[in-house]
Design a protein. Structure first.
Length: 241
């Protein structure tokens, strides 16, 4: 009788542990191979063209950008932007009002007025990151750009002093915007943006008739999250790639 009771207890415990494991494996949103933290809704490693590795199948459209080596010298694992007519974009997407944007970037030169990554229309609405002098002219600062309200937020710039690879992150939560460079939080500012169009622009304004806003350099590992990552999580993302 005692053996039967012990066996029943063992089986119940085993079933309980199996159930817990199944629940853990099906958390939402899941952690994907794209990121060590949860909430990723757009993921572009650029090792497979414009494929979205998040599972949402929002394929990026590539205009004139060429496959290039990444920061580990892996061939065809990043994209080269020529500063003239190159852009990558994703249309008809909605990432929500609280969002984290991340990417690796390597500028060809330190004198640019160019969009790095932007959600919306830089001329009218949305938010993102650009390289400029902090006043929407050519320079070597990474700035927070708010279309339709501010050109560049006051005091929202961080100098880039070399042409090496750097990891950039913009965290937007309500009216708060935080800029991270290479895993470290550099600044947090407040600002207001008009409601963005549902478009992600990478490396340009997207408006091909305009002769400005085109980035010259490489961009890789573009990731978007439907929440504001914490300081520790941004560091995890930086160290994981």
């Amino acid at each position: 009788m005692k053996n039967t009771i012990y066996l029943s207890i063992f089986l119940c415990a085993w079933l309980f542990l199996c159930a817990c494991s199944l629940i853990k494996d099906h958390q939402f949103p899941p952690v994907t191979t794209c990121s060590p933290v949860s909430g990723v809704v757009g993921c572009y490693s650029f090792s497979e063209g414009g494929k979205d590795g998040s599972g949402n199948n929002n394929t990026a459209q590539i205009i004139e950008a060429k496959p290039a080596s990444d920061r580990f010298n892996n061939p065809n694992s990043a994209y080269q932007f020529n500063g003239i007519n190159t852009v990558i974009y994703v249309d008809n997407i909605d990432y929500g009002s609280t969002i984290t944007m991340a990417c690796w970037v390597k500028a060809d030169n330190l004198n640019q007025d160019a969009v790095i990554m932007y959600y919306g229309d830089p001329k009218h609405n949305g938010f993102g990151l650009e390289m400029s002098n902090g006043l929407c002219n050519k320079g070597n600062k990474v700035s927070i750009l708010l279309g339709g309200v501010n050109c560049d937020l006051a005091n929202s710039s961080e100098y880039i002093t070399d042409t090496n690879w750097h990891h950039l992150v913009l965290v937007k939560k309500d009216k708060s915007f935080s800029l991270f460079v290479d895993g470290a939080q550099k600044l947090t500012v407040s600002g207001t943006n008009n409601e963005p169009t549902k478009r992600l622009n990478i490396g340009a304004h997207l408006f091909l008739a305009e002769n400005n806003g085109y980035f010259s350099g490489k961009i890789d590992e573009v990731q978007l999250y439907n929440r504001a990552l914490t300081v520790d999580e941004v560091l995890q993302v930086f160290l994981a790639h």
